[in-house]
Design a protein around this ligand. Structure first.
Ligand SMILES: [Zn+2]
Length: 606
């Protein structure tokens, strides 16, 4: 999609430009573009990041174009970063240059034959997520794709970034430093530049070493975290990952942690993490944090290096479609569990209960019959990041269902290969045979590699649960390792309404209505405000109490406001579906079941 600049015109003007360069500036024009950025933050309270981009190039066209990416890898939504750009200027020496926008993210500059130009602009940065920018009294966090423009057609070129910090702030990024130049870093190309977030603040720092390589936490914000313990536990996760692939494929690794917001984004030799500052000292909170670390760390293999077909080199101006996000994200979420087990940071029971809760969630989601894992992956750009009240009925998450299906697939591979192969072998093969050979993998490659390890066809599994939308037959797979799905409460005659409600003033507001539920059949709508049931004032507590006095098949009348108008609606209550799902050992497991279970979890089945 990205074109090379026209060279012929540049040759003609090369003589002129060389002449001008002597009088205007002392830099010499390069045959390959020399691209450098200076990022400043002179007034943090303005939330405006100041960017200066210098382009020095013998082949600079008469109409040079610079472009802002519209998205950043790892977060599959068009975010239109250009909307935050302001105060755009272009100049050659002391001469200002005319420019115009030619589309939403492209600035076209009349260079007038200059071979060395400077572009200045500001970017408004007041959104703390792992894929946006934030500048305030406390720090600057920036996502390079959301800040630094690229010259059209030049994303394979190297560049440097110099940061001028505010006050006593320090600079952290995964990019290597340029020797002898303060706070200046070098990126070999734009895929690397855009893959290296920056944190600039008075951060707290902790270094630790795994397999001779330096790892570093930088933490901005106060909270109840214990950085020594975090470093120790992270080192275990790093070591367990290295055991799978045999190596740590970087010189050093940086963990940027902001103690606000939430979530993480994977990068080649770094990660951006955000976590609740007060959540570290509860066992559940800390376990959640380690899960986030394990997830983002495993990504440096799975997705950053083991690359699905469309994910790299990237097109930064358009959607990059792939059917494999369920492997990129779901399999990574599955490994988040495995790495924690192998590091002694959780138990098999913890993992099985999280799989059971995914199963319970799916049972409450009619969208599982509408969208397959591959379809959910492909449509991430318009669905996953744009969920609405109907999402429950028309989609599934490639994260959670992808995690569950990866777990089931690992069981299939282990049992079909009689315990000799596993998902580890699949990941390792993709790493060695695809990443190391500079190839991306396709959905067909993934199935083929899984089948190679299983030594049998998995086409039925893939066609039903990956490409298809079948209800998963859990027990037929779980039984292979001596497990079964049970529910503490089976389907019964207790009254069931089916709508998801939350308190809203004196009413219960309908948040979603699963297709096929009694509420759906009666015609209840999202945003309806229910105020009474059979004429009695409603509350969450009263509704539970009142439904307990009813049975499936009974009728109730709901009084509700819709669009400000009061109406009554008769609902025939249904049967209560099974709930309280758990994955438990079968009675009297065989030696084979015990052995394969032990292989997966490293502990015995009991
Ligand atoms: Zn992820």
């Amino acid at each position: 999609m990205i074109q090379n600049p026209i060279r012929s015109r540049a040759v003609i003007v090369a003589f002129v430009s060389a002449f001008l360069a002597v009088s205007a500036t002392v830099v010499s024009a390069q045959s390959a573009p020399e691209i450098s950025y200076t990022v400043s933050m002179s007034k943090p309270s303005s939330h405006l990041i100041e960017v200066e981009m210098r382009l020095n190039w013998a082949n600079l066209p008469n109409q040079a174009e610079v472009k802002m990416p519209v998205w950043t890898p790892g977060s599959y939504l068009i975010r239109e970063y250009a909307r935050h750009v302001q105060d755009f200027k272009a100049s050659a020496g002391s001469r200002s240059l005319n420019w115009r926008k030619t589309n939403k993210n492209t600035w076209q500059i009349d260079t007038g034959g200059a071979k060395s130009i400077t572009v200045n602009y500001k970017v408004y940065a007041n959104e703390l997520t792992v894929r946006t920018n934030e500048l305030n009294y406390e720090h600057l966090f920036f996502t390079p794709a959301a800040l630094l423009m690229f010259p059209k057609g030049q994303i394979s070129q190297p560049s440097t970034v110099k940061v001028v910090p505010y006050g006593n702030w320090k600079v952290a990024t995964g990019l290597p430093r340029v020797a002898g130049q303060q706070n200046t870093f070098r990126a070999a190309n734009y895929d690397i530049l855009y893959d290296s977030p920056f944190e600039v603040s008075d951060f707290v720092e902790k270094k630790f070493t795994v397999r001779g390589k330096e790892h570093r936490y930088v933490v901005t914000g106060e909270g109840n975290y214990d950085l020594d313990r975090m470093a120790e536990d992270t080192a275990k996760i790093v070591e367990e990952s290295a055991k799978i692939f045999g190596e740590l494929p970087y010189d050093d690794y940086l963990l940027i942690l902001n103690l606000r917001g939430g979530g993480g984004l994977e990068h080649l030799n770094s990660t951006a993490l955000q976590f609740n500052r007060w959540a570290f000292n509860s066992p559940q909170g800390y376990s959640g944090f380690l899960g986030l670390v394990a997830h983002e760390f495993f990504h440096l293999y799975n997705v950053k290096r083991i690359r699905p077909d469309a994910l790299g080199p990237f097109d930064y101006e358009n959607e990059n479609y792939t059917k494999l996000l369920w492997v990129a994200e779901g399999t990574t979420s599955y490994y988040e569990n495995l790495l924690k087990i192998r590091s002694g940071l959780t138990t098999a029971q913890g993992v099985l209960s999280s799989q059971a809760s995914i199963i319970e969630g799916l049972y409450g989601q009619p969208g599982r019959f509408e969208t397959s894992l591959e379809e959910a992956s492909f449509d991430a750009w318009i669905k996953y990041y744009r969920q609405d009240e109907n999402s429950i009925n028309n989609q599934i998450s490639y994260y959670s269902k992808g995690e569950l299906v990866s777990f089931l697939l690992d069981i299939m591979i282990r049992s079909e290969s009689n315990g000799e192969k596993s998902m580890d072998d699949v990941m390792r093969y993709l790493y060695n045979e695809f990443y190391k050979k500079n190839r991306n993998f396709s959905p067909e490659d993934f199935q083929r590699v899984c089948e190679m390890m299983a030594r049998s066809s998995l086409d039925d599994f893939f066609s039903r649960y990956v490409r298809g939308r079948d209800e998963i037959d859990y027990d037929s797979i779980l039984n292979r390792i001596g497990l079964q799905l049970v529910s503490s409460r089976s389907e019964n005659d207790d009254a069931y309404l089916g709508a998801n409600l939350s308190a809203s003033g004196d009413a219960l507001r309908v948040r979603s209505v699963p297709a096929g539920s009694p509420a759906w059949d009666a015609g209840l709508n999202v945003e309806d405000d229910i105020v009474a049931i059979d004429g009695f004032k409603i509350s969450q507590q009263f509704l539970t109490f009142y439904l307990n006095s009813k049975k499936a098949g009974d009728k109730v009348t709901l009084s509700l406001f819709r669009h400000g108008k009061l109406m009554n609606m008769e609902v025939t209550l249904g049967r209560t579906p099974a709930s309280g799902y758990a994955i438990r050992p079968v009675e009297n497991p065989t030696e084979d079941q015990k052995r394969i279970y032990q292989g997966l979890f490293g502990s015995s089945l009991n």
